[in-house]
Design a protein. Structure first.
Length: 331
């Protein structure tokens, strides 16, 4: 049987069946104000006010993306919503709808999926009011998996791409840097038993210091504000500041030079830590930075074929890679 940080019990998915489980879940999900037709038919119908929509998708898989011993069901729904909403925001769009597919073992208590649904509801209501879950699917799998597709409205604007950064632009970040990675490091060092396996009780005691990892709170509204302020490029910081900034730099044909004094006390963690889901954007010189954005560097001409500089010196552009960063032996 699946266990989680909250150790829920009761009727399992296998005992209830898909129809009864859906009936228990759907009423807990948030409704989208763009929704013309929601759950219950073969497809949902969602308004696209300016004739276009942005769309993105993301997976969360037990093992490389989360540990059931550390994350509550509510955490999983919140984090799955946050990571997808942030990708929509990074295009300068307003999130409008989510479609959610979940595959879990049949022995999973239905209360786990109820908790996941509550996490989606609270995450969406907190981070992107008006957005909602308009449909999805349930299936059986030995590995707990959540797949989300998110949609967004550009409100008549052009999308903010990774390829628009220009030499002389200001580089700015909204949100935290390195906090999720700091929390993950703490979980792997202090929330494991003597054999190195994840320990739910130890994780619970660390919750005040690991919340940024387990249930991130990205600045979703700042994506729209950045677009309105004239952002020339933008990206969601899911894999780490350095690697995501390098993606912008390479797409734009420039180099991004970070000011170490603007990155906090642990510069390497700020550059290399992933899963903060903050926003990195570039702005024309002289623009008043919107929302929670703060300056962290500048866009330069390409130097020594380097995508990233730190105080003018080439720096490694590494970060999270699911094919390289997951150690199966660590939980």
């Amino acid at each position: 049987m699946v266990t989680t940080a909250e150790e829920p019990a009761g009727e399992t998915l296998g005992e209830l069946g898909e129809g009864a489980v859906l009936a228990r879940i759907v009423t807990r999900l948030p409704r989208s104000r763009w929704q013309a037709l929601g759950p219950g038919d073969d497809s949902a119908v969602v308004a696209a006010p300016d004739g276009r929509f942005v769309v993105t998708t993301d997976l969360m898989v037990h093992g490389p993306d989360f540990r059931l011993a550390w994350s509550s069901p509510h955490d999983l729904g919140w984090k799955a919503s946050a990571s997808n909403l942030s990708d929509v925001a990074a295009m300068g769009a307003v999130p409008t709808a989510l479609v959610v597919a979940i595959a879990v073992p049949a022995s999973t208590p239905v209360s786990v999926l109820e908790g996941v649904a509550d996490g989606f509801r609270d995450g969406v209501d907190s981070l992107a009011p008006g957005c909602g879950v308009v449909g999805g699917d349930l299936s059986v799998s030995e590995v707990f998996t959540i797949a989300v597709t998110a949609f967004g409205d550009l409100e008549g604007r052009e999308p903010v791409l990774r390829s628009g950064a220009r030499v002389g632009d200001l580089v700015a970040v909204s949100g935290v840097l390195g906090e999720a990675a700091r929390g993950l490091r703490l979980l792997f060092t202090e929330a494991v038993d003597g054999q190195g396996a994840p320990d739910a009780a130890l994780a619970a005691a660390l919750r005040p210091r690991t919340a940024r990892q387990l249930a991130p709170t990205p600045p979703i509204a700042d994506g729209r504000l950045a677009a309105l302020a004239g952002a020339t490029s933008m990206i969601d910081l899911s894999d780490g500041l350095a690697i995501d900034a390098a993606r912008v730099a390479r797409a734009s044909g420039v180099t991004i030079d970070f000011d170490s004094s603007a990155l906090g006390p642990d510069v390497e963690l700020a550059l290399g830590g992933g899963e903060d889901h903050s926003l990195l954007a570039t702005f024309p010189p002289g623009v008043e930075l919107p929302g929670g954005f703060r300056a962290v560097g500048a866009v330069r001409s390409v130097l020594d074929d380097a995508a990233i500089l730190l105080d003018g010196t080439p720096h490694d552009a590494s970060g999270w890679d699911p094919y390289r960063g997951w150690d199966r032996g660590r939980g």
